[in-house]
Design a protein around this ligand. Structure first.
Ligand SMILES: Cc1cc2nc3c(=O)[nH]c(=O)nc-3n(C[C@H](O)[C@H](O)[C@H](O)COP(=O)(O)OP(=O)(O)OC[C@H]3O[C@@H](n4cnc5c(N)ncnc54)[C@H](O)[C@@H]3O)c2cc1C
Length: 407
């Protein structure tokens, strides 16, 4: 039976849309299927998060011609301060320490997810080789040695060479393929909201470790910051339901007064926090990307960035294989994808989980050890630079897009 498309992507979240754009932009026939209505995905109430976009992810957006549309609404991160509760010790990163003046770049950017989603959907609509089938759901897939097919909830069938599961943390395709995962829920909830403050933030991002978990203040455009407030899961519902004035007092007590008066603006959001690592990122004619493959704690703002690196790697393998006239769904392509991407995602899962356990801890010797650790990192410029370059996504075996080259 003839293929309807070359690549079928289940899930049109940020990762599924971006992979579709990368591959359709390189000439493939692609379908992205999502069960949500695109109009709902673009509404103000859909996702209140901002994303810390690492410099390496910016290069990927740039390589796909998307950065000019994002740049005007992206706030550069010029400094990062990491502080422990009630301790004078902190790590301070400054973008000026990392490169000579002519090559200086911000450490990353803060962009609202609704901005990213709008820019991606606009590009999807402009690409002739890309079909967004939404709202429609994927019910399953079948694969043989020669081809694959996705079945939709309404019974329609989509023949293709390769299926990508970008269908999120609970990935129905991952489960149907029998790929097991290591997963647990943290006893923490991420409370997300936006605040307006009296004084400008100067591009400084702050990670303040409190006993319940990290309290992050992320610079947004204007005198606004996005708050990612990690709280005990059993306390979060009470905080989320407080009247505005009382919520502002609780938030202000954690924020401090270094930017003058602080006022919460806009809604409060909450996200249960998880760790999940799929045991494999591929099965016959199936590749997993983004949260279908791995979910990490938001402590380091890296979840989406790992997904962007999955996309840069998988798109490169697909496009190179197709240029040689070979089968993009062949086992060898998927094996290379898995061995390229798993070490990076596993490392970040271990680092973020370890940091969260270390800092959400009130035991005296543990507190002392971590404060000494912060001080040591701060006093060792080469170690500091190495950690920062890893967080910026500019280390390791990077795909062409993540090196700022064309696909
Ligand atoms: C509080 C918080 C803060 C964060 N901050 C950052 C940050 O600063 N920087 C960063 O890099 N990352 C951050 N992250 C992580 C980041 O938001 C996620 O990694 C990213 O949004 C995941 O995108 P995704 O496309 O993989 O998955 P999802 O957004 O879950 O998308 C999956 C899509 O699949 C669709 N779907 C599922 N099943 C089906 C089906 N059967 N048929 C059709 N469609 C289906 C769903 O409708 C959905 O649209 C944060 C996360 C949290 C919780």
């Amino acid at each position: 039976m003839a293929d309807d498309v070359e690549l079928a992507i289940a899930g049109g979240g940020l990762n599924g849309l971006l992979l579709g754009i990368a591959c359709a932009g390189a000439g493939l026939e692609v379908a992205v299927v999502d069960r949500e209505d695109p109009a709902k995905m673009l509404s103000a109430g859909f996702d209140g998060r901002t994303s810390a976009i690492a410099y390496g992810s910016r290069l990927v957006f740039e390589g796909l011609g998307l950065w000019p549309q994002i740049a005007g609404e992206a706030e550069p991160i010029l400094e990062i301060r990491v502080a422990d509760d009630a301790s004078p010790l902190f790590v301070h990163y400054d973008h000026r320490e990392l490169a000579p003046p002519g090559e200086r770049a911000p450490l990353g950017y803060i962009v609202e997810n609704r901005v990213l989603r709008r820019v991606l959907i606009e590009r999807v609509n402009a690409l002739p080789g890309l079909r967004l089938l939404a709202p429609r759901s994927v019910a399953g897939m079948a694969a043989s040695a020669a081809s694959a097919a996705v079945t939709l909830g309404d019974g329609a069938r989509l023949g293709c060479r390769l299926v990508v599961g970008a269908d999120g943390k609970d990935s129905p395709l991952r489960r149907a393929a029998g790929i097991r995962a290591v997963e647990w829920r943290y006893r923490q909830t991420g409370i997300v909201t936006t605040v307006q403050h009296e004084r400008p933030h100067g591009g400084v991002a702050i990670e303040h470790f409190l006993s319940a978990g990290p309290f992050a203040i992320l610079p947004m455009t204007g005198s606004r910051s996005s708050i990612v407030w990690t709280e005990h899961a059993d306390l979060a519902p009470r905080l989320l339901s407080l009247p505005d004035g009382e919520f502002a007092v609780e938030l202000g007590a954690r924020f401090g007064d270094f930017l003058g008066a602080v006022t919460p603006v806009g809604p409060r959001w909450s996200y249960p926090l998880y760790l999940m690592q799929a045991e494999r990122y591929a099965a016959r004619r199936l590749a997993l990307i983004g949260e279908a493959a791995h979910v990490i704690h938001p402590i380091a703002g890296q979840g989406l960035n790992i997904g962007v690196r999955d996309i840069a790697a998988l798109a490169e393998l697909i496009v190179d294989t197709r240029r040689l006239g070979l089968d993009i769904g062949e086992d060898g392509v998927l094996e290379r994808y898995e061995s390229w991407r798993r070490p990076d995602a596993l490392l970040l899962a271990a680092v973020t989980d370890g940091l969260n356990r270390l800092f959400s801890n009130e035991i005296g010797p543990v507190r002392l050890a971590r404060d000494v650790g912060l001080a040591v990192v701060n006093q060792l410029p080469p170690l500091k630079r190495l950690l920062m370059r890893h967080a910026m996504g500019v280390l390791g075996d990077r795909p062409r897009l993540a090196r700022g080259e064309a696909l």
